[in-house]
Ligand binder design. Structure first.
Ligand code: 0WD
Length: 254
């Protein structure tokens, strides 16, 4: 369909073809959106370039969200290519793998700060830069997880970062609403991606969800992609500050 024709969006957080960002990007392209992609480091560049090509997208450069200069450079590249921006997808998170296992209480200050900066503050840093380019309003979307709301095994410090991220969605929705910039999050059920494989017992979590969700299955990149189209298109024109579960209904159970 042409639902997103004429809309230009920046996709941040594609690592490979299993990334949630890729699922949402593909769905947006199916509806006619024009896309630009960032990648984190040379190793991922080789994976992102062919994917961008598949959806006729631009690759606007390396972005490590802990380096403000690389963020500035990417938004400058978007501005010179397009002049303005309609949406940004933030699908970025990180915590040391050895702390995504065992107990939260053993977290170090170092990893606590790193997890918060990469998984929460980066969305704010991106919003600051996107605001300037969203001259006709816009939509900002991030990804969160149920571990923000409830204790989940092994999610640990990432759960705290997602709780802060969800709160930032509400604050930024209020800050940016007058400019018709909407800010929302999708709380996705577990999906086997590179980042997820760092979480202890992830296969068990997938099985648990398959047996216990109302839909009796896990969600797919297509499920999350369709919800992404809703939030990044005008279908959600009246929606901001929302945390939308796309989790086969698990949040009513657990
Ligand atoms: O079950 C899941 N997979 C769920 C993921 C359930 C619910 C939410 N999410 C969230 C994640 O927490 C994350 O916010 O979805 C988002 C996307 O994650 P993903 O698609 O599961 O994982 P992946 O394909 O690995 O993409 C995340 C990417 C990184 O990949 P790796 O695996 O190399 O860390 O985030 C990027 C990186 O490309 N990233 C960064 N980008 C810029 N600067 C940085 C950074 N410092 N750190 C990580």
């Amino acid at each position: 369909s042409g639902l997103m024709r004429g809309k230009r969006g920046l996709i941040m957080g594609v690592a490979n073809n299993r990334s949630i960002a890729w699922g949402i990007a593909r769905a947006c392209r199916d509806h006619g959106a024009d896309l630009a992609f960032t990648y984190q480091g040379e190793a991922l560049k080789k994976r992102v370039e062919p994917l961008a090509e598949e959806v006729d997208g631009l690759v606007v450069g390396h972005c490590d969200v802990t380096d403000p200069k690389s963020l500035d450079a990417v938004f400058a590249a978007v501005e010179s290519a397009w002049g303005s921006l309609d949406f940004v997808l933030h699908a970025i998170a990180f915590s040391d793998k050895d702390q995504l296992d065992g107990r939260y209480v053993d977290t170090t200050e170092d990893n606590f700060v790193k997890t918060m900066v990469i998984s929460c503050y980066s969305f704010t840093a991106i919003a600051q830069r996107a605001e300037k380019l969203m001259t006709n309003g816009g939509s900002l979307l991030t990804l969160t997880y149920y571990g923000a709301e409830k204790w989940m095994p092994h999610y640990n410090v990432m759960g705290l970062a997602k709780a802060a991220l969800e709160s930032s969605v509400r604050y930024m929705a209020a800050d940016l609403g007058q400019k018709n910039i909407r800010v929302n999050a999708i709380s996705a059920g577990p999906i086997k991606t590179l980042a997820a494989s760092g979480i202890g017992d992830f296969r068990y979590i997938l099985k648990w969800n398959e047996y216990n969700t109302p839909l009796r299955r896990n969600v797919t990149l297509e499920d999350v992609g369709k919800a992404g189209v809703f939030f990044l298109s005008d279908l959600s024109s009246g929606v901001t500050g929302e945390i939308q579960h796309v989790d086969a209904g698990y949040h009513v159970v657990g």
